[in-house]
Ligand binder design. Structure first.
Ligand SMILES: NC(=O)c1ccc[n+]([C@@H]2O[C@H](COP(=O)([O-])OP(=O)(O)OC[C@H]3O[C@@H](n4cnc5c(N)ncnc54)[C@H](OP(=O)(O)O)[C@@H]3O)[C@@H](O)[C@H]2O)c1
Length: 334
């Protein structure tokens, strides 16, 4: 197993396990027993970094994912790092399948969130606590101050920011050192590459979410794939629409060609590409399928040369591709 260090000292498996899709955004939630088994399988095969959030769940059970992660990882607690997030809820009254996000990082809300997360996760500390989305109404310095207090109290050991910009990262880091950011990053979503120099300067890790562009980069989806419009965000994601198929042909053919040449899979090439780029980058793909879970972990054994990565980047820069899902709409807190 290969490991990486995020920030100063958070040691995690080079591929982490994104637990969100078990309860949220990728179809009807799995049965509790099945979800627990899946997470334990991930720990058994060597994942040591698990990603969840207080907001991953459904209208009926909004915190379902943390409950699952807590129950599953109880016997593994000393050998794994658990990351969770605070600071958003979903507007479940909306008819959109991808419910709008309502940010809320008021200090009193964070202090109450952390207690809820600790309880559901069945642990006395959170290894990495992210602000899920920046709250435009609360200065980031105030949030960082709350993080300092939680670290002093031993309730969290590290903190991070999700979908943060350079300005926010710098301001937050000044008040309380940031261990990692967690931003969207894949061959179809490369806009955060501009943060690499800032992260290098400040010694902050990059956790890449949706690293397979929500599955598309596995090249296992086509016109016959259908997604439940009640629960599955992929039903509205631009990259899975019929008209995107043609636009993504070049990208998927390139991945298929390269994976055949190396006797690996397109998903593994996608993950190996980002792992090979930066030593502080950790992708956290999610899957409900144990075989794919192993496939994704094994991507850490696929080594691409600097030249191969550069050529892939050049090809990506030039090729046509469809739009990719960029996140749910953000609403104001009323
Ligand atoms: N910070 C944030 O705002 C944020 C936002 C989104 C996600 N996240 C985190 O990032 C994690 C990963 O992101 P994500 O789940 O959105 O996207 P992803 O990992 O890019 O894609 C997940 C999808 O890809 C499919 N998949 C995974 N591995 C595959 C493989 N080897 N072959 C074929 N299909 C494969 C899965 O389907 P199957 O289950 O059918 O395999 C699932 O539908 C989440 O679990 C969550 O923890 C964070």
């Amino acid at each position: 197993m290969r490991y990486r260090t995020l920030g100063k000292d958070l040691r995690v498996s080079v591929v982490g396990f994104g637990c969100m899709g078990i309860s949220h955004a990728y179809g009807k939630p799995l049965e509790k027993k099945e979800g627990i088994r899946l997470i334990q399988q991930a720990a058994d095969i060597g994942y040591t970094f698990f990603d969840t959030a207080e907001s991953y769940g459904t209208a009926e059970n909004p915190h379902a994912n943390e409950e699952l992660v807590g129950a599953a990882l109880k016997p593994y607690r000393n050998q794994v790092m658990i990351a969770t997030k605070f600071g958003i809820s979903f507007d479940t009254s909306s008819t959109e399948v991808n419910h709008p996000i309502i940010p809320d990082s008021r200090p009193e809300v964070i202090f109450s969130s952390v207690e809820g997360s600790l309880k559901r996760l069945g642990t006395d500390h959170i290894d990495l606590y992210y602000q899920h989305r920046v709250d435009p109404n609360i200065p980031i310095e105030e949030v960082a101050g709350v993080m300092s207090k939680l670290i002093q109290q031993g309730k969290i050991t590290h903190w991070g920011l999700s979908e943060a910009t350079e300005d926010i990262i710098r301001r937050a880091h000044k008040v309380c050192p940031v261990t990692a950011i967690q931003n969207r990053y894949s061959m179809m979503a490369r806009w955060h590459e501009e943060l690499f120099p800032v992260l290098e300067e400040l010694g902050i890790g990059f956790v890449a979410f949706s690293p397979l562009a929500n599955g598309l980069l596995s090249a296992r989806y086509d016109l016959s794939s259908s997604f439940d419009p009640t629960y599955d965000y992929r039903s509205m994601m631009p990259q899975f629409q019929a008209e995107s198929l043609k636009k993504n042909e070049t990208l998927l053919s390139l991945l298929q060609e390269m994976s055949r040449a190396k006797n690996v899979t397109p998903a593994q090439i996608s993950l190996a590409w980002m792992i090979g780029k930066k030593p502080y980058l950790v992708p956290i793909p999610g899957t409900r399928n144990p075989k794919r879970m192993l496939e994704n972990l094994k991507a850490s054994e696929v080594i691409l040369s600097d030249q191969e990565i550069k050529e892939l980047d050049q090809a990506l820069d030039q090729m046509e591709m469809s739009e990719v899902f960029g996140g749910s709409r953000i609403e104001n807190r009323s």
